[in-house]
Design a protein around this ligand. Structure first.
Ligand SMILES: NC(=O)c1ccc[n+]([C@@H]2O[C@H](COP(=O)([O-])OP(=O)(O)OC[C@H]3O[C@@H](n4cnc5c(N)ncnc54)[C@H](OP(=O)(O)O)[C@@H]3O)[C@@H](O)[C@H]2O)c1
Length: 346
């Protein structure tokens, strides 16, 4: 079987650095800080929480020199170049805009914001401030997605007619958890669906129409959804996501002359296999980076952000804000459709 390699990999150390400040030290912030420290030479210089005790504990755990009890204090720290926003989706816009207005660059956890309108506010603030902004769609920078790009560019897969992507976790409904809280923009579409919808957009672009069927929890957020994106020429992308069941985590990019299987979990680092027009495996990419889980791979996006800032860019050519906002438009539409039809309380 032909072995594929990542084109022009970006070294994780030895390149441009940014001094990172982390806002909202929850689960993902801890994983991000660990990944940066283990695999890169990007320094984390400050952390801010709504509680100074939580900030200090996080700073101790991750060897960070400055800990603040308000998010605003971190924005006044001249030792911070870029803010990593790791709050619930509902707070991404407000915190990213404040950071940009304070002259910081931002890397904002996925989804970029809770709505497309909020995403546009982040983009406008970035342009006004002349500061870099990017959604932390970490999978975009995993080697196998860069290999997928190479395959798409080659034309060897023919006309891409179908993209399918699935992701789900089984989480008991808990009204106090951000995933089930409407005021924190809970629900599966914004949390897990965003990865699969992003993949469809990454491969096929923005769709001409969106249809979504789903189900709401008793707390009023979508806990399962299937989003169908349709394009000219009979092309389609299907994104399924669930908080009620574990999903396969598989993704497929199917063309008239071949197809690509992105092994589970498609948002994590990992391998892919290419099949020919007769559905025989003909090539594969094996990720030898040693990263196995999604948390380990979180550092790549940070190294790319540092590269882009050093190049004088205010957004990533590989993951521009227009893509993140386009994905949010699809999710806006999908959530509206589920809210109209999927309410189990009616
Ligand atoms: N890339 C990935 O693989 C990945 C994985 C999981 C999550 N995420 C994203 O990361 C973000 C955070 O998710 P998480 O799982 O890390 O959440 P989490 O553990 O609940 O942490 C979020 C943090 O936000 C802060 N916060 C600010 N306002 C809040 C509010 N009103 N309610 C609750 N917390 C608030 C809290 O920190 P302080 O109060 O201490 O400031 C909290 O610890 C989400 O947008 C999610 O989509 C990404």
């Amino acid at each position: 079987m032909r072995q594929l390699t990542e084109p022009d990999p970006l070294p994780l150390t030895g390149g441009p650095k940014l001094r990172w400040g982390i806002q909202a030290p929850g689960v993902i912030a801890g994983q991000f800080a660990t990944s940066l420290r283990r695999f890169t030479d990007q320094p984390v210089t400050a952390v801010a929480s709504r509680s100074v005790g939580r900030a200090e504990a996080f700073a101790r755990d991750h060897a960070i020199s400055s800990a603040y009890g308000t998010y605003e204090q971190l924005l006044d720290d001249p030792e911070v170049d870029i803010v990593y926003v790791a709050s619930p989706h509902s707070h991404h816009c407000e915190m990213a805009v404040a950071a940009l207005q304070a002259g910081k660059h931002v890397l904002v956890e996925k989804p970029l914001a809770a709505t497309a309108a909020e995403g546009e506010r982040i983009r406008d603030a970035s342009v006004t401030a002349g500061r870099f902004a990017m959604e932390a769609m970490h999978c975009r920078f995993h080697p196998r997605i860069r290999v997928l790009d190479m395959l798409l560019k080659s034309g060897d897969l023919g006309d891409i007619r179908m993209v399918t992507a699935d992701m789900g976790v089984s989480v008991p409904v808990d009204p106090d958890h951000r995933l089930f809280a409407p005021e924190l923009a809970g629900g599966t579409l914004l949390d897990m669906g965003v990865y699969s919808i992003w993949l469809g957009v990454h491969v096929l672009g923005l769709p001409s129409s969106v249809a979504c069927f789903g189900h709401l929890t008793e707390t009023g957020v979508d806990n399962q959804a299937v989003t169908v994106m349709s394009y000219a020429g009979g092309r389609q992308a299907v994104a399924s996501s669930s908080l009620a069941t574990f999903g396969s985590g598989l993704a497929c990019v199917n063309g008239t002359d071949g197809r690509v299987l992105i092994h589970s979990r498609h948002s994590a680092p990992g391998n892919l296999t290419v099949f020919d027009a007769k559905n025989q495996p003909v090539a594969e990419f094996i990720d030898h980076s040693g990263f196995v889980t999604a948390p380990e791979g979180l550092c790549r996006q940070a190294v790319w952000a540092a590269r882009h800032v050093a190049d004088g860019l205010i957004e990533s050519p590989h993951h521009p804000l227009s893509t993140s906002i386009g994905v949010l438009r699809i999710i806006d539409e999908a959530r509206a459709q589920v809210a109209a039809t999927g309410d189990s309380r009616q």
